[in-house]
Design a binder for this molecule. Structure first.
Ligand code: ACO
Length: 428
């Protein structure tokens, strides 16, 4: 790594910085000594040019529309793999053998129940609370229930808390839904798959047997795979930053959930479906495209554009195919899907979107599928959080076990007043 240097000429001095190469992707200039050597900081709001860490988990080439987890293309994983397999891959570095997969699935399955007292925690929320508000609270509260796995210096504790988070997230999310609609909580059923169990806890009721529809189970499992990790996005960086201070993993994941909630990030699938409903019929599409292009109108096409992808988001391709499968299996047709297809086509043929390289992202179609399955829009981001927990946990583990890890502490360009003297209130 690093056989060349970058030279900075600044204020009459020359400074050399090592250029480091990864296995794929752009090289980086190692500027860790910049401040010590020059007395200057770099300035990069939004971190568009900043690599905050080394990571061996996920690789994205936004220009080419490539997404790899531990080297495997997302399309292959979505087609052939299961969410449990992908979780093992992200956490442990490789696809599991059949025996490893059985062991891993067994372990996760045995951690699906919540401490019984956590149920009372739910009663403290209003029934109309957003599921993400409940998720932030309930996940943060796990640290109050599972003290025996919060010593982050102990690899065994880290492993157990990681498994607990992945296993309990479907139970927490399903309970948030049940609480909102006033139905009794469903206990996990360990004979079902990770995703089948989540469907039963969400849509089943104690009075009846719940039969898992295999097409829906596969579609949702695929959605979980597509959302499992996405390198150093806002919520993952939040988890890493929270974790860099030594905070326990439950608190860190709660921080990630808070960040994911925003409409520019995880909230986009909810916003995209709401937008498609608002458009309603294909004849209204040109009006909305014109609004998205109008600089004086804050409206944006939700589910379009991405900080990293400047090409078709590879996850959106899988999503579009999955919509059709789910609609056929459930025998539903939704005019919103027609609006989505036509909107995509019109936008992709419009100079504004072409020039700015704005393509549909993963959220453009996921809302249509989740809605067909029966999830209310408020649950969409909660499902995203459920799936992304695997990535967050894997990234957090990678960070904690890195000997070079330090507390994350960005600097700033101060633009406030220079030092001035205090003025008593009667003199102001
Ligand atoms: N509709 C219309 N115009 C857009 C859109 C959009 N969806 N997205 C970007 N643009 C325009 C901007 O107005 C800007 O134009 P300008 O250069 O003339 O000022 C240009 O494209 C660049 O946009 P930025 O906001 O600077 O790009 P950034 O990388 O910061 O933003 C983001 C990316 C937040 C995803 C943005 O494209 C967006 O708001 N999209 C809609 C929300 C969305 O779908 N988010 C989901 C992201 S995926 C995820 O989190 C899983």
């Amino acid at each position: 790594m690093g056989d060349t240097n970058a030279t900075l000429n600044a204020k009459g001095d020359t400074h050399d910085f090592e250029i480091k190469s990864g296995t794929l992707g752009p090289d980086v200039v190692d500027i860790r000594k910049l401040y010590a050597n020059t007395g200057m900081f770099t300035y990069d709001p939004g971190f568009t040019s900043t690599a905050s860490c080394d990571s061996a988990l996920t690789y994205i080439d936004g220009e080419e529309g490539v997404l790899l987890h531990r080297g495997y293309p997302i399309g292959q994983l979505a087609e052939h793999s299961s969410f449990m397999e992908v979780a093992h891959l992200l956490l442990n570095g490789d696809l599991p053998s059949a025996e490893e997969l059985d062991d891993f699935t067994y372990t996760i399955t045995r951690h699906t129940m919540l401490h019984d007292q956590l149920r009372q925690f739910y009663q403290g929320f209003r029934r109309d609370a957003h599921p993400m508000a409940i998720m932030c609270g309930a996940v943060g509260a796990l640290s109050a229930f599972y003290h025996d796995s919060t010593d982050i210096s102990d690899p065994e504790h880290r492993k157990i808390s990681s498994h607990r988070l992945i296993a309990k997230m479907p139970t927490i999310a399903a309970m948030a839904y049940k609480y909102a609609i006033g139905q009794p909580f469903m206990q996990p059923d360990n004979s079902l798959s990770y995703t089948g169990n989540f469907l039963r806890m969400t849509f089943g009721v104690p009075a009846e047997e719940y039969e898992v529809n295999p097409v829906v189970e596969r579609a949702l499992d695929r959605i979980f795979i597509l959302h499992a990790d996405h390198e150093q996005n806002a919520s993952t960086s939040t988890v890493r930053l929270a974790g860099s201070s030594g905070a326990n993993p439950f608190a860190c994941i709660a921080a990630g959930i808070a960040c994911l909630w925003g409409p520019a990030h995880g909230g986009a699938n909810e916003a995209a479906l709401n937008m498609l409903h608002e458009i309603g019929t294909p004849d209204k599409i040109p009006e909305y495209i014109a609004r998205a292009k109008n600089k004086d109108d804050p409206f944006r096409l939700m589910g379009f554009g991405h900080r990293v992808y400047k090409n078709y988001d590879p996850r959106a391709t899988v999503m579009q195919k999955t919509v059709r499968e789910v609609f056929e299996s459930l025998n539903v047709s939704d005019p919103v899907f027609e609006v989505a297809l036509q909107l995509e086509e019109m936008a992709l043929n419009d100079d504004y979107f072409v020039e700015k390289k704005l393509f549909p992202n993963v959220d453009f179609y996921s809302g249509v599928i989740l809605s067909a399955i029966g999830f209310p829009t408020t649950m969409f981001t909660a499902l995203f959080a459920l799936a992304r927990t695997v990535g967050w946990v894997a990234q957090w583990n990678e960070m904690i076990s890195d000997p070079a890890q330090r507390i994350g502490r960005p600097r700033q360009l101060y633009t406030g007043p220079a030092q001035r003297d205090y003025v008593p209130v009667d003199k102001r």
